[in-house]
Ligand binder design. Structure first.
Ligand code: LIP
Length: 263
């Protein structure tokens, strides 16, 4: 795909941050056995990855706004555009030496995500999409799955760190959904969960209580791969509400129906 200059910039930044994280990830396993554990080391790796991304993106587009997991929000001279960045989505996996985490970078224009990159650096899978141009992983085009029957479908979900206030609702979701589908997975990275929906590996995904940077890039991957995304509570913006449902064209509505039932 012949992407825009912005998409190429995002890919360059994601690859550079990904290389730095892969180097650090190799160290993490050694640190597991130390009494202090790898906690501080991972925090540093995460911050360094965001620094790399910020240097690339803000260096090239100084007027754009910024929303990053580690550095927070900064308005830009151009109020219509902002980067939404999670340098390390799936931090807990990274910390435990599990190779399932990603760099996530989105570009928002006038409140809409118009480009997204999710880089699974440990597996060297680069997912990217741009509005109207489709979604890809490395050189291959992405398509959501074609499954039509709930009972054959696999869904993914997440429970944000510590469960917090979303745990009871998520347990209720599971009680309603698991008897009518083939299974539910919880892999620990919202960005990759959405990328896997785009790739047709999962038939759908939902999560409550997540942040805009966890999902912004993944949302456009799903849409450009022919899937649907929506908020858990209708009438609210997905990024603002922090609760998302994504699915293939046939199962998105049935999934929404189950997850939107009153408590
Ligand atoms: C993670 C999300 C994941 C959620 C985790 C966490 P982080 O993001 O992607 O879906 O269940 O608890 O919030 O913190 O690794 O960037």
């Amino acid at each position: 795909m012949q992407g825009s200059a912005n998409l190429n910039l995002m890919i360059k930044a994601a690859r550079k941050a990904g290389r730095s994280l892969v180097k650090d990830f190799r160290e993490v396993e050694n640190l597991q056995v130390s009494s202090k554990g790898p906690g501080d080391f991972v925090t540093k790796a995460d911050r360094e990855a965001e620094r790399i991304i910020m240097e690339e993106l803000r260096g090239a587009r100084p007027s754009y706004g910024w929303l990053g997991e580690e550095t927070g929000e900064a308005a830009g001279e151009d109020p219509t555009r902002r980067w939404i960045v999670d340098p390390l989505d799936g931090t807990t996996n990274f910390l435990h030496g599990l190779p399932h985490w990603a760099v996530s970078i989105a570009l928002e224009h006038k409140g809409e995500v118009v480009a997204g990159v999710v880089f699974d650096a440990a597996k060297d899978e680069l997912y990217y999409a741009e509005k109207g141009l489709g979604a890809f992983v490395n050189e291959s085009r992405l398509r959501v799955s074609g499954r039509r029957n709930m009972i054959e479908a696999i869904f993914a979900t997440g429970v944000p760190f510590g469960g917090k206030s979303t745990l009871p609702a998520t347990l209720q979701d599971l009680a309603r959904l698991m008897p009518v589908c083939a299974g539910v997975r919880r892999f620990g990275s919202a960005a990759l969960d959405l990328a896997y929906v785009a790739a047709g590996r999962y038939d759908g995904y939902w999560e409550r209580g997540i942040q805009p940077w966890d999902m912004a890039a993944g949302l456009i991957l799903v849409k450009e791969a022919g899937g649907f995304v929506g908020p858990v509570r209708e009438g609210r913006g997905i990024l603002e509400s922090g609760a998302v449902i994504a699915g293939n064209a046939q199962l998105f509505e049935p999934l929404c129906k189950i997850l939107r039932q009153p408590a």
